[in-house]
Design a binder for this molecule. Sequence first.
Ligand code: NAD
Length: 259
Amino acid sequence: MDLGIAGRKALVCAASKGLGRGCAEALAQAGVDVTILARTRSDVQKTADEIGARAGRTVAWLACDITTPEGRAQALAACPEADILVNNAGGPPPGDFRDFDRDTWIRALDANMLTPIELIKATIDGMIARRFGRIVNITSSAVKAPIDVLGLSNGARSGLTGFVAGLARKVARHNVTINNLLPGSFDTDRLRGTITARAKAAGQPLEDLMREASERIPAGRFGTPAEFGAVCAFLCSVHAGYVVGQNVLIDGGAYPGTF
Ligand code: NAD
């Protein structure tokens, strides 16, 4: 399927690996001029080169921390007229809410709620003026079904979700869409890190816990960043202009509800 977005400009945040990288790869394959960012210079440059080589086009990159005002200014300068914005950042740490002090909460809100809102604020008027815009926020299945040890994630991402639900409906008439992608369990460093911590605590081998976790999913496996990226690219395509303010769960069937 021709996604109809060749030549559009995309800023894909937190994309040197994992789900962000999957989104950047799929957009580059669709002919989009992609700019990726992550904090570690060598990693993000290497990823840009690899994606670019596969897609047969140049992928721009910058090293910055997107959760800081300076990082966001650098990102917006590197991709000044984004038609497509993929919001992403590292997830907050797990823990007992009794141990989360105010600073911990502010860090989580900054990374997973206020950073995407700031980037939307900086890019949306240009999208409205050009009568094309696609914004995809990478959130989590925890927004739909909270995960007990991820209270910071449940809270911060739900705040973003509520905000986006209102804004998406105000900008849709300008052919600007905002949607959220909710990953379940995807085989990335983040997932392996979480399961490694659990394996250490339980004194069990990592591979045993990985197998058990994947067998609990109806699909019988973890998702791949490529599968995630393909859905993202579709939401960014001309064909998805009528998909507005949705929370799209990609979890191999793990959420047990009908809706
Ligand atoms: P990952 O650790 O594999 O990759 C994270 C990427 O973000 C890396 O490129 C890293 O360099 C970059 N990054 C992190 N913090 C950054 C910052 N402040 N500024 C710039 N770049 C930054 O993680 P992932 O699995 O791809 O997860 C992406 C997001 O999706 C996270 O917020 C995670 O919590 C969430 N999520 C992931 C899963 C999963 O199963 N993998 C499930 C639910 C939610």
